[in-house]
Design a protein around this ligand. Structure first.
Ligand code: PMT
Length: 321
């Protein structure tokens, strides 16, 4: 049997990014999840979601982080489940989570009351939900229970950049067994810079030493081995975020040319909830949320997922799957 190719990124990952102790266990869990759902005729999507934390000290007091809330990944997970997919949700610890995301800012104690009405005197009675404080809770609960019954969501957490990189590699290898039925939906905002373990101070950086100057290395672009080596038959979607709209589409096209994957979802920081462009080597589709859509509670992720699940179906047919 041919040995798997070892890219220089594999070497770099092993040498410079601490391997999480549970990575093999998680890999086996993801592989079993993918195998079982694929055997039941389901497609499987791996969603990455949220930002990454880059430590500045090995006994970490300080770290660099970014803006990502994880809303894109969490809401997309729900629409993928609605579309019949099984979802591996590789997400940043404490970023937004499918089904609970709408209620993340709610004080639960404001949303609950004792069924008898009078709080203090009835504090051992049943508790009921005030649906004015939690609008749509019944709908969310129904969707959540359907997802749970079908065991359609496998949540996996990361915090640091190292954890993200190793768990994504493990996920890619776990999903390679189901070929073109796997989709990668890389919505996480991953740091492009890091401090290698060999150059990181062990202890807290002392402010008494004066202003801090940092020199950071480039994080290897994980898309490259993912597409070429780890999951070469999968349907791979990357995201491209810019703050300058004038360079966005050119950057998205360049990513497709460089990595040779299937599509890029291009978005601008300030308008990301209402406008994205799905770019493929042959097509460019603008997806827009109007004021009317907002009134009807239509989210852009529903449109993104609808566009990509149709493209994935076509891709599987073309691959003879
Ligand atoms: O979480 P929200 O607040 O809802 O915001 C959603 C979002 C704006 C984060 C999301 O829509 C988005 O655009 N995510 C990707 C942002 C990003 O990091 O873009 P990038 O241009 O730096 O990276 C391009 C692609 O390469 C991404 O798919 C990323 O997952 C991937 N990448 C990045 C770095 C790296 N070392 N390896 C990678 O493979």
């Amino acid at each position: 049997m041919a040995k798997p190719r070892i890219s220089s990124i594999d070497g770099k990952l092993a040498e410079e990014f601490a391997v999480p102790s549970h990575v093999e266990e998680v890999k086996e869990k993801m592989a079993a999840f993918a195998r079982n759902h694929a055997a039941a005729g389901r497609r499987v999507v791996l969603i990455t979601s949220g930002g990454t934390k880059v430590p500045l000290e090995s006994r970490t007091v300080r770290f660099l982080d970014n803006f990502s809330s994880g809303r894109r990944g969490a809401s997309s997970a729900e629409y993928f489940v609605d579309s019949g997919y099984a979802v591996i949700f590789l997400h940043r610890h404490r970023s937004l989570y499918p089904y609970t995301r709408m209620f993340s800012n709610v004080n639960m104690l404001e949303a609950l009351k004792f069924s008898g009405g009078d709080g203090a005197s009835n504090s051992s009675g049943d508790v009921v939900v005030d649906q004015q404080v939690l609008p749509n809770i019944a709908k969310a609960l129904k969707r959540y229970q359907e997802m749970k019954e079908g065991k359609l969501l496998l949540p996996i957490e990361f915090s640091t950049l190292s954890e993200y990189l190793h768990l994504l590699k493990a996920a890619a290898q776990a999903l390679s067994t189901i070929g073109s039925k796997a989709m990668f939906y890389l919505a996480a905002a991953v740091s492009d810079f890091y401090i290698p373990a060999s150059e990181m101070p062990e202890h807290k950086i002392q402010s008494s030493n004066g202003p801090l100057q940092l020199s950071m290395n480039m994080v290897p672009k994980i898309l490259s081995p993912l597409v070429k080596d780890w999951a070469p038959q999968a349907f791979v979607i990357s995201f491209k975020l810019e703050t300058d709209a004038t360079i966005l589409l050119e950057k998205a096209r360049r990513a497709l040319d460089t990595y040779r994957h299937q599509a890029v979802v291009a978005n601008v920081l300030d308008s990301r909830r209402g406008y994205v462009v799905v770019v493929t080597p042959e097509t460019q589709a603008e997806l827009i949320i109007t004021d009317e859509d907002v009134k009807n509670e239509v989210e852009i992720e529903e449109r993104i997922v609808s566009n990509l699940t149709a493209a994935h179906k076509k891709f599987i047919t073309q691959q003879g799957g």
